[in-house]
Design a protein around this ligand. Structure first.
Ligand code: PGA
Length: 220
């Protein structure tokens, strides 16, 4: 299975979401899973429409249980909705909200216990700690997304020998069978580069453009 996960981040308004859905033309081939991490205000709206991609969430509260947590969305809130995946640990959360591995792992574990697969984003410096903490879980219960910070939103996607070497290293550190995506300036032009090394891609900016994201789905 190849995973093509888009991440809209804090972009688009309702009219733009509708435009995206109208222009979205990808017929998702078997063997590929396509999901878009949307701002949570659009989640229910998109989940009730037959749009050809699966909406997912970009983050989750560190508090696993419902309660007096104004502004938070907990894992318990997701009961009955159950998106297949939720992103956690995106570098923008780590950078702008001070999220540590401890926070990221708490969120990931709450999701795993609720049988929702976290897509855990990391750069190399977080790798060893994540691998050690994830040992208690089956690699089928989560996905990883290797996102070199310098490649995110910069147009400087990792490629060539360095890409191969980093993935080799990463696969030695995490349990065999772990699904590992690549993210960072993935476009329709460069997505084929990730075919051999990774199990899919996490796409930011290019996932906002329906025609380009359609091409990415076809080529990934
Ligand atoms: P980008 O973002 O594709 O715009 O570089 C990737 C990400 O933030 O996951």
């Amino acid at each position: 299975m190849r995973y093509i996960i888009g991440n809209w981040k804090a972009n688009l308004d309702l009219a733009e979401v509708d435009n995206f859905c109208q222009e979205w033309a990808a017929a998702v081939p078997s063997g590929k899973t396509v999901a878009l991490a949307v701002p949570c205000v659009f989640y229910a709206y998109l989940a009730t429409r037959k749009i050809g991609f699966t909406p997912i969430l970009q983050d989750i509260s560190i508090f696993g249980e419902n309660g007096a947590r104004t502004g938070e969305i907990t894992v318990e809130n997701l009961r009955g909705i159950e998106p297949p995946f939720v992103l956690v640990g995106h570098s923008e959360r780590r950078r702008d909200f001070g999220e540590t591995n401890e926070v990221v792992l708490t969120k990931a574990k709450n999701l795993i216990k609720a049988k929702i697969a976290p897509i855990i984003c990391f750069d190399l410096e977080q790798m060893e700690e994540l691998a050690a903490s994830l040992k208690e879980f089956s690699p089928e219960s989560y996905l990883l997304a290797y996102e070199p910070v310098d490649a995110i939103g910069t147009g400087k996607n990792l490629n060539g020998e360095l890409l191969q070497a980093q993935f080799k290293l990463i696969r030695q550190v995490f349990a065999p069978g772990t699904k590992i995506l690549y993210g960072g300036s993935v476009t329709a032009e460069n997505v084929a580069e990730y075919h051999e090394v990774s199990d899919g891609v996490l796409v930011g900016g290019a996932s906002l453009k329906p025609q380009e994201f359609t091409q990415i789905v076809e080529r990934a």
